[in-house]
Design a protein around this ligand. Structure first.
Ligand SMILES: [Fe+2]
Ligand SMILES: [Fe+2]
Length: 299
């Protein structure tokens, strides 16, 4: 398996970092959660569709390594942050991401019992990210994290606004994604604000965003899903592929729905909180509060 890892995009310009303070609108609360991942009825738990099921397994498999890199790349700049609010947010962002990784590791173990090989996939992502640590500048790693965080926040918004899609997941997996979505929105501007304070090169950031969203992310998800289905010895039918396509590009599909917010990132002076979805998060915190350990509904 190969990965898109272009090397012609290193022309980072160390100019004009801005001393902009944190502009986040929500408190970042690292919660502890408990989910019982015992309600999967088989590997093709999502509407009996192998393609869609494998795609979400691939996503879950990528989180432990991916979120580890998000934390590391932001922490590389910790000592350069002058705003105390942003400093505290970096700490809480890291706690949230670390707990997301832990919970996804737990569900990934259950998915492996169904025949998936998420461990192999995670090892693959870990190796690729290790290579980046050696080859990429801290600025480039941070820029790529900012891009991934925006895509994650946009997907989180979709999850919280499309209960009809989320209903297709087993309850525990659904609640895991919804809790993850809440916290992704809470901390959606942290990496961005660190980049603005410590690097500030928007042109470079936009370049990284195009590479990440148009090539790396979709290509990796496609390859990973294919790998998982191959390990299961399953060949997807045309009907399953068509359903996957319409779940992504059809009316109200994930990619179709994300387009507006996805494009916003490339506008001049964009900030993640230009799109204020704090009320949505407040509403979902109440719904999911029974799964939070030691936290009230309002936290
Ligand atoms: Fe996360
Ligand atoms: Fe995140």
């Amino acid at each position: 398996m190969s990965i898109i890892n272009p090397s012609l995009d290193d022309s980072f310009s160390p100019s004009s970092p801005k001393s902009s303070p944190s502009r986040s609108k929500l408190e970042i609360v690292p919660r502890r959660v408990t989910f019982e991942f015992s309600d999967f009825d088989g590997p093709f738990y999502y509407n009996s569709n192998s393609c869609i099921s494998a795609m979400w397994v691939a996503m879950s498999a990528s989180f432990p390594a991916g979120e580890g890199e998000f934390i590391k790349s932001v922490k590389l700049f910790e000592n350069q942050i002058s705003d105390p609010k942003l400093k505290a947010e970096v700490r809480d962002f890291a706690h949230q991401e670390a707990h997301h990784s832990l919970q996804h590791r737990l569900v990934n173990k259950e998915l492996d019992k169904l025949g998936y090989e998420t461990g192999k996939l995670n090892d693959f992502f870990k190796d690729k990210l290790k290579e980046r640590e050696q080859k990429w500048s801290p600025e480039k790693r941070l820029a790529r994290t900012v891009c991934a965080e925006h895509v994650t926040a946009v997907m989180a918004h979709h999850a919280l606004t499309h209960p009809e899609h989320m209903a297709n997941f087993p309850e525990s997996f659904r609640n895991l994604f919804l809790w993850h979505a809440i916290e992704e929105i809470e901390h959606k501007s942290v990496a961005f604000d660190v980049y603005q304070q410590c690097v500030g090169d928007r042109k470079f950031l936009h370049k990284q965003y195009k590479i990440f969203t148009r090539f790396e992310f979709p290509f990796n998800m496609w390859l990973s899903s294919r790998f998982l289905l191959k390990q299961l010895g399953h060949k997807a039918t045309w009907k399953e592929r068509k359903e996957l396509w319409s779940s992504l590009y059809g009316d109200g599909g994930l990619i179709s729905d994300m387009r507006g917010l996805y494009k916003q990132f490339l506008t001049e002076d964009f900030h993640p909180w230009d799109h204020d979805d704090s009320a949505l998060v407040d509403q979902w915190k109440k719904t999911l509060s029974p799964y939070f350990v030691n936290h009230s509904a309002t936290k």
